[in-house]
Design a protein around this ligand. Structure first.
Ligand code: NAD
Length: 367
């Protein structure tokens, strides 16, 4: 029996890019001797159209029964789609929030890597600092400031707003373990980012992360203040391997890091819970402006499928082979339209492929 993979094709370009990722997964399976059994799960606008809600209880149960879920993207044009005339808890995005909560996904992984072939798209022009840029941001996703007690009230005659930042040691430990497990599959370095010179919560993070590190003697742990990290990401981004941080710092830093890799169409992501289960998806949205045209870049979704193999199925060799095939494709001059800056469109070696041609090429390059 094959691995049980839930497939949320979703809306907009979602079905187009997911189809290419499945093509690549199947090809990797043929070469590396595994198979996947796919189960479609409705979520987002397509679920609203079919069932009236963005995610049914049945869909949640189906997702829970899988080894992992691969997702395209959900949502439509927020100005014109009738889905956005519905109350917020009935809109497409509510389905994703409900799914993440139901599956207890507390660790968000956002890899960012600069491919040599896409260096032109990197806003940082200092080549030595970005050479080899390849990190994974591990962001705690269900605690901290975004989930703490908040209120706005009048105190001593002044309008006053309160947000609280709370973490307990279990919440820190479980995401730290994920970061160290990931580091063991990479360059064995974790940098924990915090504000320990000011915040009690950060000092507790340092204590607990240091305790977890004792179980990983091969991994080097260091700490960096968040303001310094924001600078270092611009000054010398290639110094990072695994960056572990709390919810709000991770929200901001993962967007900063992702920009260094140049293109939204290349950015994969994963959200994990305490088991091997994960939800894997491209970082971009449903791109309604190009949906149905067959020109979407499938690489972020293909790289998300590689993460699925690595983190949920422990098929590291197949994941490496997919990542190498993506690099080979780029090296050969193949690009989807979003990866071609206008002035390059005319140069010789660059070939503009559509979505399925890019999927075919990457599948054919898996060794
Ligand atoms: P978007 O990421 O969908 O699009 C932003 C721009 O990037 C567009 O010009 C689009 O064409 C381009 N783009 C994105 N992915 C691409 C790809 N793979 N290949 C080529 N070009 C690509 O962001 P948006 O327009 O702000 O949002 C559109 C919809 O997506 C909204 O309904 C939003 O809520 C939803 N959304 C969903 C997710 C998710 O499913 N996790 C994430 C973000 C946004």
């Amino acid at each position: 029996m094959g691995a049980k993979i839930g497939v949320i094709k979703g809306d907009g370009i979602g079905p187009e890019v997911v189809n290419e990722a499945l093509k690549v997964l199947d090809r990797a399976g043929e070469i590396y001797g595994f198979s996947c059994d796919y189960t479609d799960i409705l979520m987002g606008g397509c679920s609203i159209d079919a069932t009236g809600v963005p995610l049914t209880d049945e869909a949640i149960e189906t997702a829970k029964a899988q080894d992992a879920v691969l997702m395209g993207s959900i949502g439509g044009n927020t100005q014109t789609s009738p889905w956005y005339k519905l109350p917020p808890d009935r809109r497409p995005e509510a389905g994703l929030l409900k799914l993440r909560k139901s599956l207890g996904l507390f660790a968000n992984l956002r890899p960012a890597r600069l491919y040599d072939e896409l260096r032109e798209a990197c806003p940082l022009k200092e080549k030595t600092a970005t050479a080899g840029f390849d990190l994974v941001m591990v962001r705690e996703l269900t605690g901290g400031l975004y989930f703490g007690h908040r209120e706005t009230k009048v105190v001593e005659g002044k309008r006053t707003a309160i947000d609280t930042l709370t973490y307990n040691e279990d919440e820190i430990r479980r995401v730290a373990i994920k970061a160290f497990d990931i580091a063991m599959k990479r360059k064995k370095s974790v940098i924990c980012v915090d504000k320990a010179n000011v915040l009690d919560s950060s000092r507790l993070w340092r204590e607990v992360v240091s305790e977890v590190a004792k179980d990983y003697p091969d991994v080097t742990l260091s700490f960096m203040l968040v303001d310094n990290c924001a600078m270092q990401l611009v000054k010398c981004p290639s110094q990072f391997d695994v960056v572990l941080t709390e919810n709000m710092f991770g929200d901001i830093l993962s967007d900063e890091a992702s920009m260094i890799s140049g293109s939204l169409g290349m950015l994969s992501s994963a959200s994990l819970n305490e088991t091997k289960f994960g939800l894997y998806e491209p970082s971009g949205g449903s791109a309604p402006d190009i949906a149905g045209k067959g020109i979407a870049n499938p690489i972020a979704t293909i790289l998300s499928a590689a993460m699925l193999l690595r983190y949920s199925l422990d098929k590291d060799a197949a994941a490496d082979a997919i990542e190498a095939a993506v690099q080979e494709a780029l090296k050969s001059g193949a690009r989807t339209a979003d990866l071609i800056p206008d002035e390059k469109r005319r140069t010789a070696n660059i070939r503009c492929l559509n979505t399925s041609e890019m999927g075919d090429l990457i599948a054919s390059l898996i060794k």
